[in-house]
Design a protein around this ligand. Sequence first.
Ligand code: C2E
Ligand code: CA
Ligand code: CA
Length: 279
Amino acid sequence: AKESGRNNYQLYTHAMNQSALHRLSLENRLCKAAENEELIIYYQPQVSLELGRVVGVEALLRWRHPEEGLLPPSKFIPLAEETGLIVPIGYWLLRKACSQNQEWFKMGLPPLRLGINLSAHQFKQQGFINSLRDILAETELDPSSLDLELTESIVMEDVDENIDKMRQLRDMGINLSIDDFGTGYSSLSYLKCLPINVLKIHQSFVRDITTNPNDFAIAMSIITLAHSLNLKVIAEGVETMEQMELLRSSGCDEMQGYLFNKPIPPEELEIVVNNNNCF
Ligand code: C2E
Ligand code: CA
Ligand code: CA
């Protein structure tokens, strides 16, 4: 018993070392990933049902790791958050996506609203508003083309201070969305004072919307709530025609999901928007 106990221990520390080493090597690489051009931005179209065309895109980060292939955010964003690397990465992404959007506009593509996911770290930074102002000036992007996505947890932490910051962003002409609405904790009494434009319905409510009456009820309530507060609604994770039809008949304004397009590299997005072949 003693023998096997020791073996288990060795096995355990070996596994621990492996994962600690892996983490360390990821961390080292992630530091230089942006300058090594390993970070890339995919764009997922957002479709207006009323207009029948792509009206916006959401920028979604990918890491082209030399050994491990194309990594989704779930494989490295948590590490980036823990180490604080999310801040420089976030600014890199903001600058890159804004200039990409401006380039599309100059190419003659119809104006696209650019959705950017903000991390709590970045939003909380003292100099965030000034840095954002610099990036907008530098890239010449119209602030009304920018849509910053915040989660309920980011907003509700220090809510008074955050509302103040959000007002400044709105005064600059920037749009604000609440991402994954309904999955976090937000008080309805605050919702009415938040200077936001859009609620995004999380895909967990959309997934079973055609079969689960509770999910349907929740999605409907979010749409009604949003409209009565003069906000738009974007549903995420729309994968089937049935989901689309149900959301459309419930008054949902915009949709995003595999039914239309997966997140795609910028060259592909140009083709999709030019041909408007998302339907
Ligand atoms: P999110 O902001 O909720 O992004 C939507 C996620 O849903 C994306 O996953 C997208 O690929 C996925 N998705 C879109 N349509 C469908 C669908 O029809 N079905 C299914 N099953 N999934 C769909 P992705 O790209 O893996 O991103 C995951 C999360 O990582 C994002 O969730 C966001 O929270 C975070 N993230 C991505 N890029 C950034 C970034 O630049 N900065 C920060 N701070 N977070 C980011
Ligand atoms: Ca998002
Ligand atoms: Ca979301």
